[in-house]
Design a protein around this ligand. Structure first.
Ligand code: CU
Length: 74
């Protein structure tokens, strides 16, 4: 198991949190994805997975979820 944190922008409400956590949770190997919302600022995504995810995979999930950007690793 590995836990990684990511800094996200573009999230504004609980709807965004739900969309992002659902898409990231759907990635292969992910057991948990939680978002600490900072509306309009930099939110933190914490992902627990049984393998190392690439930043591209996380970016793609964010694009599926909506207009959200990966700022960097937390
Ligand atoms: Cu929202």
């Amino acid at each position: 198991m590995s836990t990684s944190t990511y800094v996200l922008s573009g999230l504004t409400c609980e709807h965004c949190v739900k969309a992002v956590s659902e898409e990231v949770s759907a990635l292969d190997g992910v057991t948990e994805a939680t978002v600490d919302l900072v509306a309009g600022g930099e939110s933190t995504l914490t992902v627990t997975a049984d393998r190392e995810l690439s930043d591209d995979e996380v970016r793609e999930a964010l694009e599926e979820a909506g207009e959200y950007q990966l700022v960097g690793r937390g």
